[in-house]
Design a binder for this molecule. Structure first.
Ligand code: ADP
Length: 229
């Protein structure tokens, strides 16, 4: 079953002579359980594609269906609901709240999903232990290393038990050891939960974790290959 299906998706920014074609008519299907990696040089349209597939940005043309739902025909309220309950997001730069401990950061979203405080805390605990941070539950972000912060961000996305995880350069701020670790953990956790992952990166370390690679260039999909190829 396709989790995401994008047909004829185009995106232009600006108008007139200042207009930039960020995506030129693109079709892509992401199936359940895939770990799809989107690579390509800076400016090739990767982040724009991710934002459109996750309903954060409307395409200029074409349409996107996620789990059978047409995003263009959805209201902001529907999209908020979809993002809260079905999607997990991992952005570059962690986006952690400085005044919350790891456990509090990760428990926040399951609580917003409607779980009781105790159930959300259990979810958060499991997610943090799952990424090897059982010993960092009560630390504030300032006391964590870059790799640990990124693992908190991954745990936060996973604790929601999302169907789809959207990750934008999840290892860009990390050294090679931590980048590899974080990538392994994202891959293992996604497999464990049966989550589909769409990950944008130019980090070669992540490629071996993907089940499928697509490459972008000038707003187009250039080639598709398996990681082994
Ligand atoms: P990537 O993620 O591969 O670096 P982006 O999707 O960020 O690529 O950008 C694709 C193109 O669209 C680039 O030329 C970029 O400058 C342009 N772009 C991205 N976001 C905006 C925006 N909000 N306004 C205008 N141009 C943008």
């Amino acid at each position: 079953m396709p989790m995401i299906s994008a047909v004829g998706v185009e995106k232009t920014y600006g108008e007139g002579v200042a207009q930039i074609a960020a995506l030129a008519s693109m079709d892509i299907v992401v199936t359940a359980g895939e770990f799809l990696m989107v690579t390509g040089p800076s400016g090739s349209g990767k982040s724009t594609l991710l934002a459109i597939l996750s309903g954060l940005l409307q395409p200029s043309r074409g349409h996107v269906e996620v789990m059978g739902r047409n995003l263009s025909a959805s209201t902001e309220k529907d999209l908020d609901h979809l993002r809260l309950h079905q999607f997990g997001f991992i952005f570059q730069g962690f986006h952690l709240l400085p005044f919350l401990t790891s456990l509090e950061q990760v428990a926040m979203l399951p609580e917003r999903q409607g779980l009781s405080k105790a159930a959300a805390r259990t979810r958060a605990l499991e997610a943090l232990e799952g990424v090897g941070l059982g010993h960092r539950l009560h630390s504030l972000p300032e006391a964590l290393s870059g790799g640990e912060k990124q693992r908190v961000a991954i745990a936060r996305a996973l604790a929601k038990r999302p169907q789809i995880i959207f990750a934008d350069e999840p290892t860009s701020a990390l050294d090679s050891v931590n980048g590899g670790l974080v990538a392994d953990q994202l891959r293992a956790a996604a497999l464990r939960q049966g989550a589909t992952v769409v990950c944008v990166t130019h980090d070669a370390r992540l490629m071996t974790r993907a089940t499928r690679l697509v490459q972008m260039e000038d707003g187009r999909l250039r080639a598709a290959a398996t990681p082994d190829a």
